[in-house]
Design a protein around this ligand. Structure first.
Ligand code: GLY
Ligand code: MN
Ligand code: MN
Length: 439
């Protein structure tokens, strides 16, 4: 299994070290990690797509098998209870035979409700980790998602092992292939729906396998931050294209955004300017820097951009202080990335989970951490024409500082976001997305 196999051994050793440490502190014998259970749709006989417990997939890339369990104590080889029912309706998972199999004591489970037979005899000092507290109840497990354990693991999850970094690079590699195909589809006249199909074919993943719902937005739809409708109709005029789309590799996510103008015009110049802002911000990343300060620096840069492009007048500091930049850039600069797209630990400042919230004026910032080696973050400044937010400026004195003619001119283009995935190293930043040649 190429170079991942040796990295995986070290990954498992590090997870065991973390679990041993926190279990000793909490005087627990071990953790019982549940992969999850199928969720049935209301009044139906079908299930929602299965999404595995991230703490389960941290140990091994089994993403699609409910009713599996891991018994971990940080010392012994972890036990994997692997679900293989007799079922002629659905595909049954093959018996594990992968590069990761040798790292587990594997027991097969044929009936989901018989798992108790494979669990330790006394569960008083074992804790359940998962979402189905009713199942823990039935099994008689008293400790459930203990806060101290969760805080510890969530804090440490922000420091990726070499195996995880390699998975994240590969998730970027796959997504970049999709972005390149999607870009061509846009310039060749495709609809949003057709671009989505092109993207998914290029990455070789279904809409349920990619890590989040793709945002494929033409023209003014690019101003809707979480736009996931996919119009089948080709728009009469082709102005702009914003694509926010990722890919999964062994359960790790990439999260990449690009924006394109169909023609060379002022919107295209604005994209180039925001692109430079993003690169300048990435250049400021280094161990010891507060992510919050990078977010605040983004507002200063957006203010300068608003002045350069005559979208606003006045002085840059005033535009930030009065919340004018926030109307054009209402979301956070980015977030931690890993097993989850918005990975855990963004506000957690130590093993005990000490929470440092975003500044009051920046409620959508998802990360306040001090940067450190092995952290992986997205960097995604944006600039949009969002009428509901601009209306607030228009209704008071701030409206005089906004150039509404320029706003009208840019409105049909929607907005811009440029998002890369970056690893912080001790001596440099690794921009996984740009390293793959995505401009
Ligand atoms: N695609 C979700 C995000 O950028 O945070
Ligand atoms: Mn994104
Ligand atoms: Mn993101």
């Amino acid at each position: 299994m190429d170079k991942l196999a040796p990295l995986y051994a070290t990954h498992i050793a590090e997870l065991n070290r973390r679990y041993a440490d926190i279990l000793a502190r909490e005087q627990l014998d071990g953790l019982i990690i549940h992969s999850g259970q199928a969720h049935r749709q209301f009044l139906d006989d079908m299930n929602y797509p299965f999404k595995v417990n991230p703490h389960f997939k941290a140990w091994l890339p089994v993403l699609d098998n409910p009713n599996c369990w891991l018994l971990v104590n940080g010392r012994d080889k972890p036990t994997l209870i692997f679900y293989r029912p007799v079922d002629f309706w659905h595909k049954v998972a093959d018996e594990p035979n992968a590069f990761w199999s040798e790292f587990f004591e594997i027991k097969l489970l044929t009936k989901a409700d018989k798992v108790a037979e494979l669990l330790p005899a006394s569960l008083t000092r074992w804790a359940y980790m998962g979402e189905h507290l009713d199942v823990a109840d039935v099994l008689g497990i008293k400790h459930r998602n203990p806060e101290a354990v969760m805080s510890y693991l969530h804090y440490h999850r922000s420091f990726k092992t070499d195996y995880e970094l390699e998975c994240l690079r590969r998730a970027n590699q796959i997504a970049v292939r999709g972005h390149q195909a999607a870009r061509s589809a846009f310039f060749n006249g495709a609809s949003e729906f057709e671009i989505q199909q092109t993207y998914l074919s290029a990455v070789g993943q279904t809409a349920n396998e990619v890590p989040y719902d793709n945002i494929i937005a033409l023209n003014q739809n690019a101003a809707i931050l979480h736009y996931t409708a996919l119009e089948h109709q080709v728009p009469a005029q082709r102005l702009s294209f914003l694509i926010d789309a990722g890919a999964s590799y062994f359960g790790y996510a990439s999260d990449i955004t690009r924006t394109y103008a169909f023609e060379k015009n002022v919107f295209d110049e604005l994209i180039a300017a925001l692109n430079q802002v993003q690169l300048d911000l990435i250049a400021k990343m280094r161990p010891g820097v507060r992510y919050t300060d990078l977010h605040l620096a983004t507002h200063d840069k957006i203010a300068a951009l608003l002045l350069d492009f005559k979208l606003a007048s006045g002085d840059a500091a005033g535009l930030v202080e009065q919340g004018i930049t926030s109307a054009f850039f209402p979301h956070g600069l980015g977030h931690m990335l890993g097993l989850q797209v918005h990975d855990v630990g963004g506000f957690s400042h130590d093993e005990r989970g000490t929470h440092i919230a975003a500044p009051e004026q920046h409620p959508f910032l998802r990360c306040t951490r001090i940067l450190a080696p092995r952290q992986v973050l997205t960097m995604e400044p944006g600039l949009y024409i969002i009428d509901s937010l601009l209306a607030e400026l228009k209704s008071d004195a701030r409206g005089k500082q906004v150039n509404w003619d320029m706003v009208d001119q840019l409105r049909p283009y929607g907005g811009i976001r440029i998002e890369d995935n970056v690893i912080v190293h001790q001596d440099r930043n690794e921009n996984m997305t740009r390293d793959l040649g995505l401009a």
